[in-house]
Design a protein around this ligand. Structure first.
Ligand SMILES: C=CC1=C(C)c2cc3[nH]c(cc4nc(cc5[nH]c(cc1n2)c(C)c5CCC(=O)O)C(CCC(=O)O)=C4C)c(C)c3C=C
Ligand SMILES: [Fe+2]
Length: 449
């Protein structure tokens, strides 16, 4: 721990912590808000603890750094995709319903605080008892909220395990929360797949995203166990028309024809879950389903592939991302135009043709993935790829058929990709002030004991 900025210096072993010690975030903020005079006042003990608490706020957070936490839908779905990801899957290791509910309440409070640029707990990283572990791990002190969003989803394992219902949630598992089928070519690793609760933390600062997951794991100690986690850098989608289209590790623009936050009617049609077939699943209304796939890309092979073949595999130009049928990046592809050889300019096995709504019963999805590199595989190859994330209304109609078609016909998938991780989660609707994540799932229904 570094020294106190107000002359208190390091704590010595056994020394009591100052009674009204401010968090560094608060102090930094105060320096910004109240100016040097306020900071001098604190140092001289002139300001009361209450006064300090009232003015303490994140260090550099401004309105542009903070994404609202409460709302009809969870943040982190249509929120303009941030630059960094830390996603984690947790297995719940308690079987007690009240303990699970308390965990969700604790996580809600912590997520709200962190997304607003505050520390977790009431005493944060440095204001608690000197002889107890701090309530916040501290690595985000001095950082802004970084547009952090924390999005929670429930995996099938939360509802039942080994054929037995859990937490009194009999009948509450939505029918859309299926076990994803094994797709041809899948090489899924169990320790990179599944999970009872999936948490997606996105931020523009990697340390903020890591801090969020780390603190949720710390808070959940004894109640959950981390099953897997994944870091991502460089978003591979635009989710707003205000954003520039980014590039994936194949060097292609990715996200051009993604659904965007501005497409409100299409989001309602393709991303927001309905009330479900049964009253027991009404708690998901307004939520969504999160599909996560860790897709390793054989980039060394790709890097030895000609530009012509790369473009034909994708169906778009590498420079501008324009469809091979002509036009500019946002021109709609024309699948009927043929070249001199009589073959369609948008190849029959090209990724864009196979993924396009025209080939998939009109279905669309909101893609929100990230690039990843996890070192090398010991055989001289980078373990790098795309951590694919999509939000859909119903994975049975909006993901499985498309993935199946790709696994069978998409030359890009067949020759250059390998799926090594997979998860599906039901993402409940947003949280209202005073509520907690997934509250509707735990609300007793008429006739329930
Ligand atoms: C099952 C769904 C999808 C998987 C898995 C997937 C993997 C994947 N995609 C790329 C690169 C690109 N994908 C592009 C478009 C695109 N991809 C999907 C779906 C999946 N992709 C859809 C629905 C679309 C949109 C199709 C359309 O309507 O035109 C593109 C083109 C640019 C764009 O529109 O985003 C690229 C490039 C990789 C590298 C990859 C796995 C590693
Ligand atoms: Fe794609």
């Amino acid at each position: 721990m570094s020294g106190c900025p107000f002359g208190g210096g390091e704590h010595d072993a056994g020394q009591e912590a100052p009674a009204s010690r401010l968090s560094r975030r608060g102090l930094l903020s105060l320096a910004g808000v109240g100016g040097a005079g306020a900071v001098a006042g604190i140092a001289a003990g002139l300001l009361s603890h209450d006064t300090l608490a009232a003015v303490a706020a994140p260090a550099t957070a401004g309105p542009n750094d903070v994404v609202p936490f409460h709302g009809a839908t969870q943040a982190g779905i249509t929120t303009a995709a941030q630059d960094r990801l830390h996603m984690a899957a947790f297995d719940v290791i308690t079987e007690d319903r009240a303990t699970l509910i308390q965990l969700l309440k604790d996580w809600t409070a912590a997520a709200e605080a962190m997304t607003q640029g505050r520390e977790t707990g009431t005493t944060g990283a440095v204001d608690g008892p000197y002889d107890a572990p701090p309530e916040d791990t501290g690595e985000a002190l001095g950082l802004s909220a970084g547009k952090l969003t924390v999005t929670f989803g429930f995996g099938a394992g939360l509802f039942e395990k080994d054929g037995k219902a859990r937490f009194g949630l009999e009948g509450r598992r939505p029918e859309a929360l299926i076990e994803l089928p094994h797709f041809p070519g899948d090489d899924l690793e169990p320790n990179r797949s599944g999970g009872d609760i999936i948490v997606q933390a996105c931020a523009d600062d990697p340390q903020v995203a890591v801090h969020a997951i780390r603190n949720l794991a710390r808070i959940g100690f004894g109640r959950v166990r981390v099953r897997w986690s994944q870091l991502g850098f460089g978003r591979t989608s635009s989710t707003s028309r205000q954003q520039q289209t980014p590039r994936n590790l194949f060097g292609f623009k990715d996200g051009t024809n993604n659904l965007k936050a501005e497409d409100t009617a299409l989001l309602q049609e393709h991303v927001r879950a309905g009330e479900g077939a049964r009253p027991e699943e009404a708690w998901m209304q307004g939520g969504s389903y999160l599909v996560a796939r860790r897709i390793r890309m054989h980039i060394e092979i790709w890097d030895r592939t000609s530009l012509r073949e790369q473009e034909q595999l994708i169906g778009r130009t590498k420079s501008e991302g324009a469809p091979l049928s002509g036009g500019k990046e946002f021109t709609a592809p024309d699948f009927s135009i043929k070249g001199k050889d009589g073959e369609p300019l948008m190849g029959m096995d090209s990724h864009v043709r196979l993924a396009h709504a025209d080939q998939n019963d009109g279905v669309r999805m909101l893609r929100r993935g990230y690039n990843y590199t996890d070192g090398s595989d010991g055989l001289g190859h980078l373990d790098a790829g795309l951590f694919f994330i999509a939000f859909v209304k119903d994975p049975r109609t909006h993901y499985v058929p498309m993935q199946l078609a790709m696994a069978k016909e998409d030359t890009l998938a067949l020759e250059y990709l390998k799926h090594t991780g997979s998860a599906l989660a039901a993402v409940p609707p947003g949280i209202q002030p005073g509520g907690f994540i997934g509250e509707g799932l735990f609300t007793m229904m008429a006739g329930q004991a």
